[in-house]
Ligand binder design. Structure first.
Ligand SMILES: [Zn+2]
Length: 60
């Protein structure tokens, strides 16, 4: 995914920064413990599409 695109993306819920997890193709918000899917290099920045993270995943 484009690094510049990643820089401007924020969590739609808390407006905080996101971590790109390349292995999972997900954008992670540790504050909200949500992972937003990246489909075909397109980040899906929708809370209803996000996956709830476990404590372990959010910490990592
Ligand atoms: Zn957030």
């Amino acid at each position: 995914m484009d690094a510049r695109l990643l820089e401007i993306l924020v969590c739609p819920v808390c407006k905080g920064p996101l971590d790109f997890r390349k292995a999972n193709q997900e954008l992670v918000c540790k504050a909200c413990k949500l992972a937003y899917p990246v489909r075909d290099d397109i980040p899906v920045m929708l809370e209803e599409e996000a996956r709830q993270l476990s404590h372990e995943e959010a910490a990592g």
